[in-house]
Design a protein around this ligand. Sequence first.
Ligand SMILES: Nc1ncnc2c1ncn2[C@@H]1O[C@H](COP(=O)(O)OP(=O)(O)OP(=O)(O)O)[C@@H](O)[C@H]1O
Ligand SMILES: [Mg+2]
Length: 380
Amino acid sequence: MKKILLLGSGELGKEFVISAQRLGCEIIACDSYSNAPAMQVADESKVFDMLDAKKLRRVVEEVKPDFIVPEIEAIRTEELLRLEEMGFNIIPCARAVNLTMNRDEIRNRATSLGIKTAKYKYAEDIDELASSVDYVGLPCIVKPVMSSSGKGQTKIFNKKDIEKSWVEASSGMRGDRTKVIVEEFINFKSEITLLTVRQKNRDTIFCPPIGHKQIEGDYVESWQPTNIHEKLLKDAKNISKIITDDLGGYGIYGVEFFVLENEVIFSELSPRPHDTGMVTMYTQNLNEFDLHLRAMLGLPIPNILMLRKGYSIVIKTGNDFPKNSSYKINGVNKALELNNIDIRIFGKEKAWPGRRLGVILCSDKDNGEAAKRFINVVKK
Ligand SMILES: Nc1ncnc2c1ncn2[C@@H]1O[C@H](COP(=O)(O)OP(=O)(O)OP(=O)(O)O)[C@@H](O)[C@H]1O
Ligand SMILES: [Mg+2]
């Protein structure tokens, strides 16, 4: 039986644990708070600050896992590089986890591989931000180099927004670096995630493309398959292959692209299952968590089959939801009365503004929106 140390115990981790247990693995789920979603289904759990290198090493040495699977970005990834050198197996590999934790490092890597991205520049203080905005042009997007789910991200339309944007980015930053990336705003037709599976001694394979919609930099809906011209899909696959081959290791990558009329532009990637990929729980023979697990264990994946088309809509609190409060999700039974609806409640104990608490998995947008109308998150 393989022992897996899961670093990060959110909703994606929870589904990964379920997939792993189904194939007989033992999982120790970690996070900075107790009873996190993945901990509720894991064999064991550990609560500690994963940004603390010493604590991280201590837990790894104590557990002696066969595999270390990072589920979030807020991990002391430099320590993972050292642990990998000591012989521990990091999924997909420590370098991929380390580079993707920092938007600047993965962006520099993409550029050096000749992959086209939005025009960009970095800034480490407000004056540099102003000159970067001049360089990139308006409108543009400002993001902390270390953040996720749109935290600290703003769109600048006008130079007078610069100060507000800096303040917003500084408060949304994670880690110890005060640095932002300023990106040209891409007026895309759509966005896709291309789930890309790197396997040992087998070809890299892809899931059918997933379309998604983001509000304030955070995913709210995704669907699979999405309509994209064959040539553009081929380009996206080529780019995904180039960058995932460069990063290496085994497992699933979520590669994000902006889709324009005649081209796809690489945006970023996750070296793990992707939040927009939760729709695969509804659509595929093997969902993104099953695929991640099989690829890392070196198990065969003879085919990825889409069994039916699907849609996902997140259940999250509004921006005015009270901070750190207990909550109740109303209307689930009503929503489930509709045909072709499945709901995953993540089991997070507390809610705050904009916290994702569940997802509706369903056949299409109309169906999902009908279900969503019944759902209501209230403070308890
Ligand atoms: N240069 C850009 N032009 C247009 N839209 C953008 C740009 N950069 C980001 N966005 C929008 O913001 C969303 C989130 O950005 P990005 O994926 O870089 O951040 P994130 O915080 O890492 O999100 P996540 O980790 O949840 O994927 C994108 O999916 C897109 O909708
Ligand atoms: Mg993203």
